[in-house]
Design a protein around this ligand. Structure first.
Ligand code: FAD
Length: 552
């Protein structure tokens, strides 16, 4: 009731026309990331609607964006990265976990690890089972296919002719192949396609690349559309708050080159700022937990306690192995001649070690045979570092990480200030749930069996981290707490659903507000069992259809 009253009043989020630089579009999209670029393309395609795309970061001119292995260079590159940190995480010995997020055209799809993994059919059927009509696997598969240009060709699960190029790795690597053979020897079946009939098994990852270059959503969706007269793209434009007339979202106030500007939306505002910035923007605009907003002096447009709630992320724990042969990327990078040759090979052919994504081969398996589907994903990579994004080891080494696919731990995102430039408070609560802790302990044990299998014997000469002495449940859990880190998949902070904590409905409209949708990874009802870029692009493809249908 209080929120209702507040919503009818004029407040500091409402149109006051106190700046004279206002412009008007049919749709205003906030954030040019994985989702925002899809919306910009699809909504401007028929030429009938004017679209403004606002992006806080710059254009994607940094050369490392376009080289697959360049993600290592962008990990802590503040010109294209929000570089967030969690609060001290109680389940990780009070450590703060670094959270890179893309701040550039293409968003996180411009700095991510390029793996194309959709998750399990059952993830989407679970979304549907939670009451989200239209989000079951059979409903979303057409959108995965619509987005896709699969270089292997079309089949029941894959599409061709879509904007997003999906390719096999352009490099023959004996170590990555040995990992797959070792996993088969350890009892995990070979799976030629993690995005096909079933996810379970071991095999090679496909990537969002086109002829050896990154296929970000900016490259795939924005580039083909940017010449359209009805699509306006503004970079270095930080949306500060949404502006309401009563309960209708009317405009976005943004700061660009020091000036405060306002863009009005005739039809809708689409918030696609990602799982951290979308709930932040809603809270700054008066949509969020009333108590939190009042603490920061923000007038409540809608008391929506679910905004920022239910934050989930994939944790990963990495095992580093010493390699007996000089076949790792460490050996290339640490050898001046091999390093130059790798550069030349990439420049001439777009092949070789510079095309390595965040995993080459991997596996999906169950830690408990009673489970219906895999609960663990392994990312195998033929190099090693102390921490992600840091220098490669001086010795030959490789890494295999355990990632738990469906964490039960839940966190939250809250603004710390009414000032839009202040990063939000991020709490993920990794390893808070018993199921999560057990899955990691069991997952590491199964991974160790793979690493000890015959096919890897010629390569694996010893575990560097954590080392064989770390063996009991307590020791393994302690290792997870000391070293566990994110796989960069935050979701569900503006969750879709019909319950009191759900933020958007099944058409991604913000409950209780008109003219406003959230379209990005934050709307996932829960974290799916895979990597989040392809699912976010699918969500935006489906949202585009819904938005255009509703405009008729
Ligand atoms: C280092 C890293 C590695 C990853 N590896 C993989 C992988 O291998 N495979 C995979 O599938 N997924 C991976 N992911 C995750 C995946 O990329 C993301 O889940 C996905 O890109 C999220 O898309 P989004 O549209 O929700 O948000 P984003 O792509 O992050 O887009 C949000 C955009 O909104 C902009 N923005 C935010 N706030 C504002 C504001 N106030 N005003 C204007 N603009 C704003 C941001 O700058 C950004 O461009 C990785 C992510 C990272 C960071």
């Amino acid at each position: 009731m209080e929120a209702l009253r507040a919503g009818k009043q004029m407040n500091n989020n409402q149109m006051n026309n106190n700046n004279n630089d206002a412009s008007e579009f049919d749709y205003v999209i906030v954030g040019a990331g994985s989702a925002g670029c899809v919306l910009a393309n699809r909504l401007s395609a028929d030429g009938k609607h004017s679209v403004l795309l606002l992006e806080a970061g710059p254009r994607d001119t940094n050369i490392w964006i376009h080289v697959p292995l360049g993600y290592g260079k962008l990990f802590k590159e503040k010109t294209v990265n929000w570089m967030y940190q969690t609060e001290p995480e109680p389940g990780l010995d009070g450590r703060q976990v670094f959270q890179p997020r893309g701040k550039v055209l293409g968003g996180s799809s411009s700095i991510n690890g390029l793996l194309y993994v959709r998750g399990q059919h059952e993830d989407y059927d679970r979304w549907r089972q939670r009451g989200n009509i239209g989000w079951g696997f059979d409903d979303v598969l057409p959108y995965f296919k619509k987005a896709e240009n699969q270089t292997r060709g079309a089949d029941d699960y894959h599409g061709i002719g879509g904007p997003l190029s999906v390719s096999d790795w352009r490099h023959a690597d004996p170590l990555s192949e040995a990992f797959v053979k070792a996993a088969v020897e350890a009892g995990i079946p070979f799976n030629p396609d993690f995005n096909g009939a079933t996810q379970e098994g071991t095999g090679f990852f496909q990537t969002t690349t086109r002829r050896g270059r990154r296929a970000s959503s900016a490259f795939s969706y924005l580039r083909p559309a940017k010449g359209r007269g009805n699509l306006h793209i503004e970079t270095s434009a930080l949306a500060q708050r949404l502006v309401f007339e009563g309960r209708r979202a009317r405009a976005v106030e943004y700061r660009q080159n020091g000036a405060l500007r306002t863009a009005r939306a005739r039809k809708e505002i689409l918030v696609s700022s990602g799982a951290y910035n979308s709930p932040q923007l809603l809270q700054l605009s008066g949509i969020g937990p009333a108590g939190l907003l009042k603490t920061h002096g923000i007038n409540v447009v809608l008391d929506a306690p679910g905004v920022g709630n239910d934050l989930q992320d994939h944790l990963q724990v990495r095992i580093v192995m010493r390699c007996a042969q000089r076949v790792t990327l460490n050996d290339v990078v640490n050898h001046p001649v091999r390093k130059v040759m790798a550069g030349m090979q990439y420049a001439a052919l777009r092949k070789g070690p510079l095309t390595i994504a965040a995993g080459t081969s991997g596996a999906f398996f169950k830690t408990d045979p009673r489970l219906a589907t895999p609960d663990i994903q392994i990312h195998f990579i033929p190099f090693s570092t102390d921490k992600m994004g840091e220098q490669l080891h001086p010795f030959s080494g490789f890494t295999a990480s355990v990632c738990q696919l469906r964490p039960e731990s839940r966190g939250s995102l809250k603004i710390k200030s009414a000032d839009p430039s202040v990063p939000p408070e991020i709490r993920i609560n990794y390893l808070a749930a018993e199921t999560d802790r057990t899955a990691f302990i069991d997952g590491i044990r199964i991974l160790r069996k793979i690493l000890a299998a015959p096919a890897l014997k010629p390569y694996a000469v010893g575990e560097v981290d954590p080392g064989p002495k770390v063996a009991s449940d307590d020791e393994l859990l302690d290792f997870c707490r000391r070293t566990g880190s994110t796989v960069y998949h935050p979701t569900s902070t503006c969750r879709m659903g019909n319950d009191p904590l759900a933020v958007v409905d099944q058409r991604l409209r913000v409950h209780g507000i008109e003219g406003l949708r959230v379209v990005d990874a934050s709307v996932m009802p829960d974290l799916m069992s895979g990597n989040t870029n392809a699912p976010t692009i699918m969500i935006a493809e489906k949202a585009s259809d819904m938005i255009l249908e509703d405009a008729r």
